[in-house]
Design a protein around this ligand. Sequence first.
Ligand code: SF4
Length: 259
Amino acid sequence: MDSARRKQVLDALGIESWSPRTRHAPTQLLQVAVPTQAATVTVEAAPAPNQNAAMLHKFPDPSAPAFEVPTDWEGLRPAVAGCMRCKLCKTRTNTVFGVGQQSAPLMVVGEGPGADEDAQGEPFVGRAGKLLDEMLKSIGRSRKAEVSDQAVFIANVVKCRPPGNRDPEADEVEACRPYLDQQIRLVRPRLILALGRIAAQRLLGTEAPLSKLRGPLYEYGSEKTPLLITYHPAYLLRSPGEKAKSWADLKRVHQFLAA
Ligand code: SF4
């Protein structure tokens, strides 16, 4: 990006100063509040903060054009479908964008697609997905609902399946975060419900265990969206004894949204 264009972007973002970084300096992705009047906002692609030199040159490619985050649904969906910002693009079958009503009061955020989701391009469609649907139904909500007070939007912190169902890595989550953040800006949920340890840790930027994270009401992002944490349905399938705690969390979600 030339200096005039960079200044134009920084002015638009309300950033006053700029220090050029060296090509190999570890950096974080720039998270910004997106001006609503702009069709797109331009964010310079950042090098991955890891030690893998070969991967550093590929994901993201420092010579690649500046990354544009579309600010509307019509632009965001194809941007995700064609995304090659991290190495998960090499092994996915389908990107998994998200599902549900686009102005739902509740947004559920999971970890990442599994094999069934990768094959079908929709989040939470396997056994864990069926359980999630039951959990949502217990508080009167459905991914298919069109009425706002029954609606939910479901997404993941990464839109492509990590191979072998491993946890998504930090650089993959950071590469994908602009898409999730833009989904949150577009949905404008009253509450985010993070499912499981990985989603909670990645959203909150902590390595604390789920047992410590579950309970408080957090705020996420520049919009300070309220966020609660509960168990991932896949964990509940393995540990059905925790369903009572999960139900307590769901009642809290219901009460929050009903207030
Ligand atoms: S996980 Fe996200 S950042 Fe990585 S390739 Fe898929 S859509 Fe792009």
